[in-house]
Design a protein around this ligand. Structure first.
Ligand code: HDE
Length: 688
């Protein structure tokens, strides 16, 4: 494509190319390369028209515009991607012969796309939802797509139920709303009639579903896969991504406000951080186990509604991923990237998890529809970065066309790169498995415990996190119109935890408690607490990668402000200055500091912590600005640390906050900047 813009001239009469003057390199052309003389006015008969059908330049331009859209993904439509690399630690080569894990320190390219599930392409980033976490590894033996989520379990056990789940979760078909949220009747009706979803509902109602940033989420392959080594030995594996900067989520009231203040909160965060060189990093870990463990484990390892606690099978880190390059073009890369669970490489294999089996059909089918034909592997973002040799040919938009006469096999033509053969020694081999049984539609009995791990998850949370889960159930179910659906959900929660069920029933104002839902299996109470399941128990050790919002007024103390900014930078964090006008403020020493946000465009929900540095000169004026008051009140309500100076106290007085000021309020006059940063590392003052 780029080549056609480098057009330099015309081949006249088979002679040498005539070179155009250098300046003409910039000239606009049609898609056919014809130079355009006027890009503002269509061709008309007479000065005032009508426009002529003859205007091939305008017709081509509008035709191209009309065809700009491709079908958006049915699920995971809203997403954001970045390039990077995966570096192997070299410690997995005895487990798998997958080429990417063979050599310590070797880096291979990756492309990662994060997404929400239910919302359409233009929906807000901070919806309560599962996040997709899909990674395409461009290995030397083909592309491996690890298409996972930020939650290790799923709503359903069998692919057969997926279209119903998604229909129920997305906007209702008659009214076309609500957008990007499960807080409506259809979702909860379906979920409460599918008890297998209860474990996942606990995760979806937890803070995992409102991450602060893609950078602070875990990722999970969800299904059990297989690793196969060079000797053909097999092990089961579950894949985990662990962010090196710890886990972090927003609180729900914040999420609601962020979606209004910055619907692109997550994509902007990823873009901005990569642009300033703050590259997000995750370690890839595996839980490895054998058939014997699988046979003795409390649940079926092929049931995607169950996880294996890390305390039972620890996660071994086998490499790391760093995202260090934003896309050049959103459509070409993030939109056209085509993840397929079927894309695996020698050394990795599927298991018979019935959800995974269904996915292996769905993704290829979806990409063919979305990208318009079978040749989507010719699009650069999807093309393997290793040789591709086969006899597949033709079709829409075929860009890579083999040379030569031979296009079938077996053949007796000379062997060369255009005449490849299967390679029994090194080619992909499915692991052999003895299978026997009746042909039937069946859900294995081993899949029928729906509540035990839901309870284990709940028990593993801190009190703050438990409260958030209760509140989320109450919020979502309060949007449900039918009382019977609300009651049905509570009847399931009674099988999980009585206190949780009662808290939700109380929040909903249910006149009486429903009966416990009938359970296929009794809830186990012997499963141990797993600290790995909590976000707050796995927070960061530093404020690095986080953002401080500094609300300043004219006359604010320059020394205080500058030492705070220096300490924030030293910590590896970012800051923004929020000012009464976007022009910024003049500080006590007469210096000027630019504003990054005007106060009404920079609410405190966009920051991990805030500072309010005012001056006697301007504080009275600021006390009258509603957005300035919201800035402080929201930060207070969202348990954020608030750094303040003397003049800011007047604003706090105005808000009746003075008596409520706790240790989450940090006086900049009496605390050293480094000590302040020490506090910020806790991210929130949860005691409030
Ligand atoms: Fe997907 N899923 N899915 N899914 N999924 C798609 O493929 C599907 C499931 C996941 O950034 C679609 O390209 C079925 C589990 C991610 O482009 C589609 C079933 C998990 C992404 C599809 C599942 C996922 C998708 C839509 C049940 C976590 C976005 C567009 C059997 C392990 C990838 C597309 C990206 C996308 C089907 C269940 C993760 C329709 C049938 C479980 C991260 O093919």
């Amino acid at each position: 494509m780029a080549e056609s813009f480098k057009y330099k001239g015309n081949k006249g009469n088979g002679g040498e190319l005539h070179q155009l003057p250098e300046a003409d390199d910039q000239r606009m052309t049609t898609a056919q390369g014809c130079p355009v003389s006027d890009n503002q006015n269509s061709l008309k008969a007479g000065e005032r028209g009508p426009t002529l059908l003859e205007d091939q330049v305008m017709r081509e331009k509008i035709f191209a515009f009309d065809h700009e859209r491709i079908p958006e993904r049915v699920v995971h439509a809203r997403g954001y991607g970045a390039h990077g690399y995966f570096e192997s630690y070299g410690n997995a080569s005895d487990l798998t012969c997958a080429d990417l894990f063979q050599r310590k320190g070797e880096k291979i390219p990756v492309f990662t796309r994060f997404s929400t599930v239910a919302g359409n392409k233009g929906s807000g980033d901070v919806a309560r939802d599962v996040r997709g976490f899909a990674v395409k590894f461009y290995t030397q033996e083909g592309n491996w797509d690890l298409v996972g989520n930020n939650i290790p379990v799923f709503f359903i056990q069998d692919a057969m139920k997926f279209p119903d789940l998604i229909h129920a979760a997305k906007q209702e078909p008659d009214r076309g709303f609500p957008q990007a949220q499960t807080a409506h009747d259809n979702f909860w009706d379906f979920a409460s009639l599918s008890p297998e979803s209860v474990h996942m509902l606990m995760w979806a109602m937890s803070d995992r579903a409102i991450p602060r940033s893609f950078r602070f989420m875990e990722g999970f392959g969800v299904h059990t896969f297989k690793f196969i080594n060079a000797n053909g030995d097999e092990k089961f594996v579950k894949f985990h991504w662990k962010p090196t900067s710890g886990l972090q989520s927003v609180v729900w009231n914040e999420a609601l406000k962020i979606n209004g203040a910055d619907p692109d909160f997550h994509r902007r965060d990823l873009w901005d951080n990569i642009q300033v060189g703050n590259f997000p990093e995750w370690e890839l870990g595996v839980q490895v186990f054998d058939q014997e463990f699988a046979d003795n484990f409390e649940f079926d390892v092929f049931d995607a509604t169950k996880l294996i606690p890390e305390e039972q099978i620890p996660v071994t880190k086998i490499g790391k991923m760093v995202l260090n390059r934003v896309v050049d073009n959103f459509f070409a890369e993030t939109e056209q990237v085509a993840f397929c669970t079927q894309n695996i490489v020698p050394g990795i294999d599927f298991t018979q998890d019935p959800l995974l089996q269904g996915r292996n059909f769905s993704y290829l089918d979806t990409q063919t529809k979305r990208l318009g034909g079978p040749n989507f592997t010719h699009i650069p973002i999807n093309a393997p970065q290793c040789p591709m040799r086969h006899f597949q040919q033709d079709g829409h938009m075929a860009m890579k066309n083999p040379k030569g006469r031979v296009n079938y096999e077996p053949n007796s033509w000379d062997r060369d790169e255009n005449n490849p053969r299967a390679c029994p020694a090194h080619g992909f081999k499915s692991s052999s498995q003895h299978i026997e049984g009746d042909k039937l539609r069946y859900r294995s009995e081993t899949f029928s415990d729906h509540y035990s791990q839901a309870l284990q998850f709940y028990n593993s949370q801190t009190d703050v996190e438990k409260m958030h889960i209760q509140n989320a159930f109450v919020f979502e179910l309060s949007k449900v119109e039918k009382q019977a659906i609300r009651e049905r959900v509570v009847s399931h929660l009674l099988n999980v935890d009585e206190d949780l069920a009662h808290a939700v029933a109380k929040g909903l104002g249910l006149p009486e408690m429903p009966e416990k839902a009938e359970a296929a299996m009794p809830t186990r109470t012997d499963l141990k607490v797993s600290d790995a399941l909590s976000i707050l128990k796995n927070g960061p050790a530093s404020f690095a990668g986080r953002k401080l919002g500094i609300f300043c007024s004219d006359g604010a103390d320059s020394e205080q402000l500058n030492s705070l900014i220096t300490a924030v930078k030293k910590e590896g964090a970012m800051h923004e200055v929020i000012a009464p006008t976007i022009n910024g403020v003049t500080l006590s020493d007469g210096s000027h500091i630019e504003g990054n946000q005007k106060i009404d465009g920079g609410p405190s929900v966009l920051y991990d912590a805030v500072a309010v540095l005012l001056s006697d000169k301007q504080v009275d004026e600021i006390c009258k600005v509603p957005e300035a008051k919201d800035f402080v009140m929201d930060a207070f309500a969202h348990q954020k640390f608030v750094i303040y100076n003397d003049a800011a106290k007047k604003l706090f007085d105005e808000l009746n906050l003075t008596a409520k000021m706790d240790d989450g309020f940090i006086d900049i006059t009496t605390n050293e900047a480094n000590k302040i940063i020490g506090n910020l590392r806790n991210l929130r003052f949860w005691q409030r």
